[in-house]
Ligand binder design. Sequence first.
Ligand code: MOS
Length: 748
Amino acid sequence: MPTAQNGTTENKVLSLIGRPIPRVDGPLKVSGTATYTSDHNFPGMLYAVPVPSTIAKGSIATLDTSAAEKMPGVRAVFHRDNIGRFFRVPPNADFSIVIDEHRPPLEDDIIRYYGQYVAVAIAESLEQAQAAADAVRVTYHEETPDVRTKLVAQDEPKVDSQRGDPVAAFNSAPVKIDQTYVTPAETHNPIELHATVAVWDGTAFTLYESTQAVKNQQLAMSAMLGVPTENVRVISRFLGSGFGGKLWPWTHCLLAAAASRNLNRPVKLVVSRKMMFQAVGHRPLTQQRIRLGATTNGELVSIQHDSLNHSSILDDYDEGCSEATPHLYHCPHLRATNGVMHLNVGTPTSMRGPGAVPGLFALESAMDELAVELKIDPVELRLRNDTQIDESLNLPFTSRHLKECLTVGAEKFGWHQRTPAVGSMKKDGLILGWGMAAATWIANRLDCEATIDLKADGSVRVACGTQDIGTGTYTMLAQIVGESLGIDPDKIEVVLGDTALPTGPLSGGSMVTASLVPAVLEAAKTAIQKVQFAATTATPFSGQSADDLAFSNGRIHRKDQAPANGVPYEQVLQTANINSVSGTGRSQGDFTDLLGLSKPKLSSHSFGAQFVEVSWQPEIARLRVSRVVTAIDAGRIINPRTGRNQIEGAVVMGVGMALFEHTIYDDQNRGAPINSNLADYVVSTNADAPEIDVIFLDYPDTHLNALGARGIGEIGLAGVAPAIASAVYHATGVRVRELPIRIEDLIA
Ligand code: MOS
């Protein structure tokens, strides 16, 4: 990095930042030796299988565990009367502990959603525990659940953003769009199932958890289990993805921990794929009314975005569909609201790009409808409404290149060849549809602490209590540390995913990379100062002032001499008889108004533009997303290889969102999510994946951190579904406002 960012280093410029190095944890993963949560096994370990309710509303009448308890290998069947006490952590205003489902498991006998745990069977083997769970007899006082799909606000909707007089401006606007858009409940389906392996040693817990946030998990578990924080250690070395579903603790974690404490044995609990649809969160159903008022030139004069989402009976989950709406375009009059309807479903949670992703389906679909109405090219419509000011906060953006995303993406896609009439583009006997949408996602930073050890054997260890959820955090850290020390990433050991390490950020909201950079740079600087100081006590620098020494490319040398005239730092440590020096860096988050707790100084967001081609074969009703060009403005890209992988994965997920994904809660089946398996809940596969061209603009956002890196986990999904829906309209003339787009919608 340039010297200005770290006064003590004079390394080769930018040799590692921006280099597409392969994942440093790749060999572990492809050889099957990376240890995921459920790979942990301990002597004497027991297996836990929860008993889920088979109704969605009512109460437990009788619960009979007698047969189950007598079965071979069964050590216990826990239920409300014998599991022991859990403590409820109420929603806390400062978000010091985040839990989406606040009710501890087995707290009462009331059933509020299908799959709510009513007991848990513990046995010597998984098969024995499963058999025992099946043998628990439960009867219910059953009531009719409410799992409706047409939402009505139950309380006064919350105003998320407001400026000007949007109603008057809409009423007097010469051109109006007023439509309602629906996105369905979607279920996270990471390959790795949720899992907890709980080990109680009589005083303290070690919890191996499939979590995106070890620190929050530790705080929540200690509070709910009633043990001091220092007596709970949470470990999550590798995650088979989370997509937001593993951000916050779920009730099964407490069942496993309590069982381990009650029986004084390690306990493993792996949630089944079916249960993944019930009690570990989902993206809620949203219903969003968009009203756009515009001039005949296509200038927006009013935006009203009124959204509703379902939540569970117990919790107020606000999807926040207007996350992107207030800042995406120039528009003098705007109002965005959100309301909640409580249904007999499990508590919803964050799913990749929560709020913005469903919100942009509505807003960007409406923008396409406006473009059609005005006969203005949809790219041109966005360009005409661009802004350099976040008008919701009246603050400048740190770095916004939406215009360039639109123009560069359009150029790469070949957008100028598009003919606007429906069904007018054909190729190889297929009708082509071309659609596009703008994208945005918040860029932010959380508190972070990291430690770098320079060791006498020439190796480097960097440790941070954040976690790699499959996005490439191990690799990115090796690159940043390597760059800051001028040392080969091969020599750097990255240690993550453990509350015993310095506290790092949660892996959510695309914030890890931006949060790590300042802490790691400071840790490197501190470690370098310590090794320079050590050098003053050893040959060949003894007696010299640390101020006269420099550290370049892993070598200590006199500032007035070339690095080649110095010595490797490990030689200094060996001569000084020091095993290692350790530097710690701390950085504060709170850069912008993430939680609405403080006044932001600047507005920081990532931007993007999605261009989509679909092919439509009306004779056999075959629809395919054939080609996507995605132009992303997400600051400096530390590693274009892992970065591209994030965006490609998000685009494939967007195809699933647009065409397939839909959790069906069926009131004919007691409110159960009936498609709770990977045969009936369809996600995109390789066969559905389009040709994807990822463009990174790569403008450093140096307000966010010295390297200018933002995050890229979520921006790639934003805008994909509305671009597909608009392409489908262009091909077929059918405007689908309710996802997923079904073949039946297109052949009416
Ligand atoms: Mo992401 S939905 O913030 O894990």
